[in-house]
Design a protein around this ligand. Structure first.
Ligand code: ZN
Length: 379
């Protein structure tokens, strides 16, 4: 059995889960693992209660039973909190699936059995976070930190060559020589930091870069950055190189919220522009589902709380709001309690960019998207 234990959820892992197909039922478990829940063992009791309800409803008893027992053993004997407030677990012993993710935020408790993993809560969390690289630059030192999923970690510390204290009084021209030496060592240091950042970008791939330090140092450092790094810069942090890590985290999170707001704002603006000129845009659920059926969605913007019932073809994945047979396979479509979730999953599988927006922002649309091309039956 392939087992994955991951502290962090990644986009490829999410795509792998959504694409996971099996004839056996798959159990998806979400648990709030905040400190007080774990301390009192509440999470195990909650799981047992949910499992009882599921057992009573489920027909394929034996395989589901085995999987549920395996989860219970895991929670009792193996699970470590690792300072994470949420847990997402996907398993089917028959399908050789066992994936565990620990999440920064608490998630509402849920136990779901379906033919595929239930990933919506996981995606909603992943959507809120991007990987941020933070560099605090000084003329001789630099700190590189990573902010991801609400947590900050110091990943590198770079110290340039130490400059010896030299008395500059006396010799004419000597001071100038020292000045030159200092400039050279700063240049070397900046170059080293820039190279390290580039290597980190290639290894870890981060989405955004934040620069911190004095204004003077930051602007002196900027020209050393490779174009691919410059493109990642979304702002500067008003902190000293020696700043406390909690302060860096606070400012980093603030920059993160601002970036998300701006990102959604920009998409919304493009959508409104396209809408005015009746361009490449889908507005509202019927139009978006049609576009997804033709893999025409490039960017999908969804109100976080938006839910609708609908239908999906079990064979080709055709999405519809109307009951009946799939127009392609002529198979009877299955009823889905939340077709919006199916739409989000389909879009992720089609490599579309998916963004959640606040309900207020999207109250007129619920769901909307930018199109790669104009699909047939577009309205
Ligand atoms: Zn079909």
């Amino acid at each position: 059995m392939v087992k994955y234990y991951m502290l962090y959820i990644t986009y490829p892992a999410l795509q792998r889960l959504i694409g996971f197909k099996s004839r056996s039922p798959i159990i998806s478990l979400y648990l709030d693992t905040s400190r007080e829940k774990i301390a009192r063992g509440v999470h195990i009791k909650i799981f047992k209660d949910m499992a009882k309800t599921i057992r009573a409803k489920n027909e394929e008893k034996s395989s589901v039973d085995d999987s549920l027992r395996r989860i219970q053993d895991y929670l009792r004997f193996e699970f470590r909190r690792n300072d994470k407030n949420g847990l997402a677990l996907f398993t089917s012993l028959d399908a050789q699936l066992w994936e565990v993710f620990q999440l920064p935020e608490p998630v509402p408790d849920a136990l779901v059995i379906e033919s595929h993993p239930y990933v919506k809560p996981l995606f909603a969390i992943l959507d809120r976070y991007r990987r941020f690289c933070i560099v605090l630059i000084d003329q001789r030192k630099a700190r590189i930190l990573e902010l991801f999923l609400g947590e900050i970690e110091e990943i590198r510390e770079i110290e340039g060559n130490t400059l010896h204290q030299v008395k500059t009084s006396g010799w004419k021209g000597y001071g100038e020589k020292i000045h030159h030496h200092i400039e050279e060592s700063i240049t070397r240091h900046f170059r080293e930091v820039a190279d390290t950042l580039l290597a980190l970008l290639r290894e870890n791939h981060f989405d955004f870069l934040l620069l911190g330090g004095t204004e003077e140092n930051v602007s002196a450092f900027l020209p050393f950055l490779h174009t691919s790094l410059k493109e990642k810069i979304i702002g500067t942090l008003p902190v000293d190189y020696k700043a406390d890590i909690q302060e860096i985290l606070r400012l980093g999170k603030k920059a993160e919220r601002k970036e998300k707001e701006e990102r959604v704002g920009k998409i919304l603006k493009r959508i409104l522009e396209e809408k005015t000129k009746e361009g490449l845009v889908s507005v509202g659920l019927p139009s978006v589902l049609n576009a997804l059926n033709f893999a025409a969605i490039q960017v999908l913007l969804v109100a976080e709380e938006y839910r609708e019932e609908g239908y999906k073809c079990p064979s080709c994945g055709y999405l519809s709001l109307k009951e009946g047979d799939c127009p392609h396979c002529k198979k009877k479509m299955e009823k889905k309690l939340d077709i919006v979730e199916e739409a989000v999953e389909t879009a992720i599988l089609q490599d579309a960019q998916v963004e959640y927006g606040s309900k207020g922002l999207l109250k007129d649309f619920g769901i909307t998207g930018l199109l790669r091309f104009r699909p047939p039956h577009h309205a």
